[in-house]
Each structure stands twice: as C-alpha cells, then as structure tokens.
Design a protein around this ligand. Structure first.
Ligand code: PXL
Length: 282
C-alpha cells in the first residue's frame, strides 16, 4: 500500500459532519498522512442552520504557504473542497504551484451548489473564479448542479445521457481532465457516478435512497481520494467511495433527529475492508 502525504484545503464546520471533520478522519483511516489548511471556521455548516458564526481565513493563507515553502514542505496530493471566498481560490492555485511534489495529484471538488442552487454565500463571481481551478486539477468531482454552473448549461432535474455528455464536454472545454460527475440518475430508484477519463467513460450505478443527507458529497470525495491514492483506478476508487456513502446514509436514515450530517464514523471499518479486499485480490 502506498503512504502518501495529502494536503486538504476546506473549511472547519465545528458541528455538522462535513468538510475537514470528514476528510481528516477518512483520509487518515485510508492510511495517508493528512495535512490540513482550513479555509474558514464556521460554528456549523450553512445547510439548514441559521445565524452561524464564520471566520474567513483567506488572509492567513499566504503566511502558512510561505512557511511551508521555507521548510521545503511538498505534498503528493492536494485535495480542495469548500473554500471561503473567491479570493481564496487564487491562493489555492498558488499552492498548486508552490507546494506540489513531483507527480502531485490535484483533486478539486468545486463545492458550491446542489439541487439547482448555489449554497448560501456563493455568487456568480465565485463560479467564475472556480473555472481556472478546475482547469488546474487532474481530477474534479462536481455534482450535476455544479457542472451546470461551471459550463453555463441550464440545470435540469430530468435528463438523458446526451445532457450528461454535454456537461462532461463543457467541463472538458473549460480545461477539466478526469471528471467524476456525481448524482447522475436516469431513473427514480438508482443514481450513480460517471467517470470520464480520457476517451474512456464508465458509469457506476447503485441504488438511490430517498431523501438527501447533508455532507455526503464530502464523504464521497474524501473516500475517493483516500482510495485513489492507495493506487486504485479512478473507477475502482469511485465504486468504493459510493458504496461507503450508501452505508453511511442507510445508518443515518434510521435516526430522523440526525438531519445535519451522515453517520460516517461507525462505517469506517467497511470502507477499510473494501480497500483491503481489493488489494488482496490484486
Ligand atoms: O458539505 C459541503 C459544505 C461544506 N462546508 C460548509 C457548507 C457545506 C454545504 O452546505 O455549508 C460550510
């Protein structure tokens, strides 16, 4: 198994099981050294709580990056999620240039929207700023809504394979390389991930559980990055991550009071088993 040093850049939502409080345990459990750069600190995430306290850390980032540069600290992978501001996206691009070890894999989850709408606090300027970041990454993981904002194609709730192909083409035209399009659903009771890598496209379809669960995009992205950096193919890593997310949702659904996030921690052993089972078969 490979041991990699990953930097993940996203917010700390103190309560809410998303972003860094999800990425750090999952990437560590996958066996990687996990370094963090918090983009902002929030009392909770913004999806369903109101009146949250927030401190944007954009102005603190240059000194952190400068210190790493002075120490010669480099990363095998840089994985970005929810970023605090449009200005911060430029700083992340700078990090891509200054903190990447040779062969560094840059993974961008352009977290900003779902269900046809931008998250609270994001605007068109943020979407514009995100475009060069997706072009600078090796792998991006947008959902359908984010892909529609990034390509300018209208958001659709019902769609066919041609619409999905147009989203991927639009992302490619904007400079994206490998695209994992999440939440791709052609029928009511299934959903899945489309993995577009070079000329190759694969679709991993799995059951769709009714009612969304907050933070599952972050669980998927973190579990994907953890598996991919262990040497799995993008498709195998996406399958492991999607199966893990399903188990987390199943567990969470049994407890309606737990509306703000997914119970991913008790399911970590199943994620590790999936990583190991594949490695034994290899
Ligand atoms: O799960 C994505 C996410 C991460 N961080 C914060 C959020 C959200 C989605 O709403 O509000 C602060």
């Amino acid at each position: 198994m490979e041991y990699k040093r990953i930097l993940t850049v996203q917010d700390i939502s103190c309560v809410g099981q998303c972003s860094l409080t999800v990425a750090l345990p999952i990437l560590s459990a996958a066996g990687h050294e996990t370094c963090i750069l918090p983009s902002a600190v929030l009392s909770t995430h913004t999806g369903g709580f109101s009146g949250y306290a927030v401190r944007d850390l954009t102005d603190d980032m240059p000194a952190i990056a400068a210190h790493w540069q002075k120490e010669g600290i480099l990363f095998d992978a840089i994985y970005t999620g929810y970023l605090g501001s449009a200005a911060q996206i430029q700083q992340v691009q700078e990090l891509f240039r200054t903190c990447a070890a040779e062969g560094c894999v840059k993974v961008v989850d352009p977290v900003m929207a779902d269900n046809g709408k931008l998250y609270h606090g994001f605007d068109a300027a943020y979407v514009e700023q995100m475009k060069p970041l997706i072009a600078a990454a090796e792998i991006i993981l947008p959902n359908i809504t984010e892909a529609s904002f990034l390509t300018g194609l209208p958001y659709r709730e019902q769609y066919d394979a041609a619409y999905v192909a147009a989203l991927v083409e639009g992302l490619r035209a904007a400079g994206a390389k490998t695209v994992l399009l999440t939440g791709v659903s052609f029928e009511a009771d299934t959903t899945g991930v489309l993995i577009a890598e070079g000329e190759k496209q694969q679709y991993y379809r799995h059951k769709r559980l009714p009612g969304g669960c907050h933070g599952t995009g972050d669980i998927f992205a973190s579990a994907f990055v953890g598996a991919y950096l262990r040497g799995k193919t993008a498709c195998a890593a996406a399958q492991i991550a999607a199966d893990y997310v399903l188990r987390c949702i199943e567990l969470t659904r049994a407890d309606p009071k737990h509306w703000y996030g997914a119970k991913f921690e008790p399911m970590l052993p199943t994620y590790l088993q999936a990583l190991q089972a594949q490695e034994q078969a290899e």
